[in-house]
Every structure is written in C-alpha cells, then in structure tokens.
Design a protein around this ligand. Structure first.
Ligand code: HEC
Ligand code: HEC
Length: 80
C-alpha cells in the first residue's frame, strides 16, 4: 500500500473518531448567539473573521475541519 493511501485511511479514521466523540460527549452544539454581532453575519467566510485560527475568538482544537458552520450551528431563538 502506498503511504498516500495510509494517510487517506488515517484521515477517515480521524473523522469517524471525531463523530464518535460527538455522539458520546453528550454536549449539544451551541447555537449561534442572537446578539447584534451575529445577526449581521450571513456568510460562513465572515464567521472566520472572528472564529478563524489566530483570530479574536478561535474555535477549539477538536472542532470539525469543515467550514459549513450552518450545518451544525443554528440561530438561537432567544433575544439577548
Ligand atoms: C465580529 C466577530 C464575530 C463574528 C463575525 C462571529 N462571531 Fe461568533 N462569537 C463572537 C464572540 C466574541 C463570541 C463569544 C461571546 C459570547 O459568548 O457571547 C461568539 C460566540 C459564538 C458562539 C457560541 C459559543 C459558545 O461557547 O456558546 C457560536 C456558536 C458562534 N459564535 C458561531 C458563529 C458563527 C456560526 C458565525 C458566522 C455566522 C459567527 N459566530 C460570527 C464573535 C464573532
Ligand atoms: C460538524 C458540526 C460542526 C460544524 C460544521 C461547526 N461546528 Fe462549531 N461546534 C460544534 C460543536 C459540537 C461544538 C461544541 C464543542 C464543545 O463544546 O466541545 C461547537 C462549538 C463552537 C463554538 C464555541 C466553542 C469553541 O470551540 O470556541 C464556536 C464559536 C463555533 N463552534 C463556531 C463555529 C464556526 C464559526 C463554524 C464554521 C467555520 C463551525 N463552528 C462549524 C459543531 C460544529
């Protein structure tokens, strides 16, 4: 087997491991806060202005590598 294939398999295992961690961790996905800051943001690229690596409020390490924020994070219902 080529090392490229091994890397690919390792990547799949990492994703599966993360999903398993999510399923047993019992923590919900925090909703997007319904404050003025977040209400004005409509694209996922804009999220990373603050939540991207090295920015003001970076996400934690175990975050999914995907950038489709809205797939998991819903808008909060309550007004702040
Ligand atoms: C202008 C900077 C900024 C932008 C842009 C921004 N955020 Fe935030 N976000 C923050 C800050 C600062 C906090 C922490 C303050 C708080 O908890 O109210 C936060 C908190 C959050 C939280 C809750 C964290 C928790 O621990 O409960 C989520 C989820 C979140 N943001 C998602 C998003 C998403 C998705 C987007 C894009 C639609 C986005 N944010 C855009 C600054 C930003
Ligand atoms: C696969 C689902 C998923 C996707 C996609 C996702 N998140 Fe999250 N996010 C979570 C979960 C689950 C948590 C709670 C993690 C915890 O509490 O350990 C979380 C927590 C957060 C938090 C608060 C905790 C922290 O790590 O600072 C912020 C802010 C956040 N996400 C922003 C984003 C942004 C911005 C994007 C898009 C670039 C995004 N998320 C994409 C599942 C996701």
């Amino acid at each position: 087997m080529k090392s490229k294939d091994l890397l690919f398999i390792a990547g799949i295992l990492a994703v599966l491991g993360f999903l398993y961690y999510l399923s047993i961790s019992g923590k919900g996905v925090p909703p997007i806060p319904s404050d003025a800051t977040h209400a004005s943001v409509t694209t996922e690229a804009d999220c990373l202005v603050c939540h991207g690596e090295g920015m003001r409020h970076p996400r934690k390490v175990q975050h999914p590598p995907k950038d489709q924020c809205f797939e998991c994070h819903a808008r909060g219902e309550a007004e702040k």
